[in-house]
Design a protein around this ligand. Structure first.
Ligand code: ZN
Length: 425
């Protein structure tokens, strides 16, 4: 990046900081301001990127959350980012017009559209350069934080190359041998340990007897320790973990129970996404060459598959709090590009008035609700058309260096191109 362009970006970033400063940010994490070079007062840190993925989140999910959490005249933190645009999400799959999370994240991580199920490989199965590994090779710190398995499709596409997203033990192995993210926080302990080694999270727990260690690549937790990772499995251990390489696994699989509605569905992660994100930023932010952090709330997608609006709204609240943490970081570090979007829509969701003559109670697209509009006596319902993904656009909002490039409507590969430019790749 030449200096004049850099100066232009700083002006954009300063505008973003002013915007952030007038919003109310509630966060348990306080971030120190970026240091500047004595003499010229100019921040010389390289650009960092925080990408926040509300898996399965599109416009209706954001609007339902806005009504529920902020009210008719309110705005979510994710919607207050100064730049917005739209992304299309179609994969390059010979048998599908609508994407899954693996193909969508591969488009983000590589700039190449591919088939559903692929992480970091093209439609012919050839490995591609992935942003998570490229950022590390460029001297930046990298991290991934998710309420899914840390080896689930979205993070996997940024930090591994596999022909099949279900090979989560192989994806974990590639984290340790190929992409080496500095911070790995989320669920999915089952894939890091061989059968018969339960680990911190017992096999066949009462809440889901199908869970249990199933890795085929050896004891990867032990390998991570040997490679210098500090390993944690509880909120207390996470809070006291030192700065440095960090692996935290807080569930056997996802950090919530995605069972059918009313049959043991629970959204109560042992560590919330905002807390994990704050810890990751504290560690990654110490690298003056910058960092790349992928953050994902998986509950939006999984509970949309179950047409479970109550749990979707809980997941959206978690995501919103996480965006507040990220915005507080960006306010103190204007060299950071923050992007909030979803990889695709899930559920064919829409937001409706309550109506006695509508389809409430009729299968298969039963409405959920009514839910109260925050600060109002009005109520709304959330109506589903499918238990799968749909091909509608996803909103993208952004602030920081290069954020203005998200204005307009673009294919999801555009997100890759902007992030790669921001990271100097
Ligand atoms: Zn899904």
């Amino acid at each position: 990046m030449d200096f004049s362009h850099r100066r232009c970006l700083l002006t954009v970033a300063a505008t973003a900081v002013v915007t952030a400063a007038v919003t109310t940010v509630v966060t348990p994490v306080l971030f120190a301001r970026s240091t500047t070079t004595p003499g010229n007062g100019r921040d010389v840190r390289a650009t960092s990127v925080i990408l926040i993925n509300g898996d399965g989140m599109a416009a209706a999910h954001r609007e339902a959350a806005r009504l529920y959490l902020a009210g008719l005249d309110g705005r979510l933190a994710m919607d207050r980012l100064p730049v917005s645009g739209q992304l299309t999400t179609s994969p390059h799959d010979p048998s599908a017009a609508v994407t899954d999370s693996a193909a969508a994240a591969t488009a983000w991580a590589t700039g190449v559209r591919t088939y559903n199920g692929a992480t970091g490989v093209d439609v012919d199965g050839r490995p591609l350069a992935v942003l998570g590994q490229q950022a590390k090779a460029a001297g930046k710190s990298t991290g991934l934080v998710t309420t899914a398995q840390v080896t689930d499709a979205s993070p996997a596409a940024f930090f591994s190359r596999t022909a099949d997203r279900s090979a989560q033990d192989e994806i974990a192995r590639q984290y340790l041998t190929f992409s080496r993210p500095d911070v790995i926080l989320g669920g999915g302990e089952d894939w890091w340990l061989p059968r018969g080694t339960p680990g911190a999270w017992p096999d066949r727990p009462a809440e889901d007897s199908s869970e249990g260690s199933r890795g085929t690549r050896g004891d990867l937790v032990e390998q991570a320790r040997r490679d210098g990772y500090h390993y944690v499995s509880s909120a207390e251990q996470l809070a006291s973990a030192p700065r440095g390489r960090l692996l935290g696994l807080f569930a056997n699989e996802e950090m919530f129970q995605q069972r059918p509605e009313g049959e043991g569905d629970v959204y109560a992660p042992p560590v919330d996404l905002a807390t994990m994100t704050g810890k990751a930023l504290d560690i990654l932010g110490s690298n003056r060459k910058g960092f790349f952090l992928l953050v994902e709330e998986e509950g939006v997608d999984e509970f949309s598959h179950h047409n479970n609006a109550t749990r979707v709204l809980q997941s959206m609240r978690s995501l919103e709090r996480t965006v507040e943490v990220a915005r507080a970081y960006v306010a103190a570090h204007p060299d950071t590009l923050l992007v909030v979007t979803g990889d695709h829509e899930c559920g064919g969701l829409t937001v409706e008035n309550t109506s006695d003559t509508d389809e409430s109670g009729s299968a298969p697209s039963t409405e959920d609700g009514p839910f109260p509009v925050h600060g109002s006596t009005l109520r709304f319902v959330m109506d589903w058309t499918t238990t799968g993904h749909t091909g509608v656009d996803v909103p993208v909002t952004a602030e920081g260096p290069l954020a203005e490039l998200f204005t307009g409507k673009h294919p999801n590969t555009h997100l890759h191109d902007v992030l790669a430019r921001a990271l100097g790749i």
